[in-house]
Design a protein around this ligand. Sequence first.
Ligand SMILES: Cc1cc2nc3c(=O)[nH]c(=O)nc-3n(C[C@H](O)[C@H](O)[C@H](O)COP(=O)(O)OP(=O)(O)OC[C@H]3O[C@@H](n4cnc5c(N)ncnc54)[C@H](O)[C@@H]3O)c2cc1C
Length: 306
Amino acid sequence: MLRSVILAASRSTRVERLVATAPFSRDVVRRFVAGAGTDDALRVTRALVGDGLAVTLDHLGEDTVTPEQANATRDEYLTLLRSLAAAGLTPAAEVSVKLSALGQAFDEHLASDNARAICAAAAEAGTTVTLDMEDHTTTDSTLDVLTDLRKDFPSTGAVLQAYLRRTESDCRELASAGSRVRLCKGAYKEPESVAYQSPREVDKSYIRCMNILMSGEGYPMLATHDPRLIAIGEDRARWFDRGADGFEFQMLYGIRPEEQARLVGEGYTVRTYVPYGDDWYGYLMRRLAERPANLAFFARAVASRK
Ligand SMILES: Cc1cc2nc3c(=O)[nH]c(=O)nc-3n(C[C@H](O)[C@H](O)[C@H](O)COP(=O)(O)OP(=O)(O)OC[C@H]3O[C@@H](n4cnc5c(N)ncnc54)[C@H](O)[C@@H]3O)c2cc1C
C-alpha cells in the first residue's frame, strides 16, 4: 500500500516540485546520489575503487521527451567515459544506461544509435555498458536493442527483473557464454498479469532465476541487498565453483555499505551502482518505496530541519 502511494508520487510533477525544492532533500539525496556533476561521480568512484569495490555509474535521467535531451544524455556518458579512462578508473568502473534517457519512448532507433555510441566509447575507454531495465512495456524493445548491440559489443550487460513472470525464460535465453546478466527483483509498479505481486513469490522467482544463471555459461551479476538471497548466492557460488571472476554481487550506493565491504573481504567481486546528476527524483522515490526504513531516514531529515 505504502509502496503504491510512493510509486504514484514518483510520477507526480506536483510532488516532485515539492520534494525537489525542500531544503531537507539535499541531505537525503546525498546519501544515495554521488552529486550533480562528472567530478562528483569521479570522486565517489575513486573512493569506492580504493576500497576494493567495482563500480557502475548511472547518469540520472529517464523519460526523455526530445531528441536534444536524448543526445545530451549520450554526450554526458561520452564525457564520463573519457574522464574515467583518463583517471585510470577503467575497467573497475563501467556505466549503466537507461534507454528511456536516450529517447526510447519516442524513437527507438535514436535510443539504439545513442546506446551504440556509448558502447563504442566504453570499448575505447577499456570498459563496458549495462542496459538498465525499466517498466515491462519496454522489456522487449530493450532486449532487442541489447541483441543488436551485442553483435559488435558482446560484453554489453543485460538486466532481468525477477518479479516478471517471463524472466525465468529470459534467463534461459541469456545464460550463454560471455553473457553478462544482472538479476534484480524489479523496481516498478507492475500489474498482476505480468508480474508476481507478493514478496515471497518474487523471492522464489529470484532464486529460480539465480539457479539458471549460476549454473549456466554466462556471467551472473546478483543485484540485491536481501541477506537471504546473498547467502543463497554465496552458496551457489561454492556449488558451481564460481570465484571472484565468475560472477559478482551488486548493490546500490548508500545501501548496506558494511555488507558490501564484508563481501569484498570474503574475496567476492562487488559492484556498487552509483547514480549522479540533477535528475534524482524518480530514482530516490523508487528507493523510498522499497524500504520503510528509508522513509524513516527521510522523515528524520525533515524533522531535523524544522
Ligand atoms: C545494482 C543494482 C542495479 C539495479 N538495477 C535495476 C534495474 O535496472 N531495473 C530495476 O527495475 N531495478 C533495478 N534495481 C532495483 C531492484 O530491482 C530492487 O528494486 C532493489 O534492489 C531492492 O530489492 P532488494 O533485492 O534489495 O530487496 P528488498 O526486498 O528491497 O529488501 C530485502 C531485504 O534487504 C535488506 N535491505 C534492503 N534495503 C536495505 C537498507 N537500506 N538497509 C539495510 N538492509 C536493507 C533488508 O533486510 C530487506 O528486508 C537494481 C538494484 C541494484 C542493487
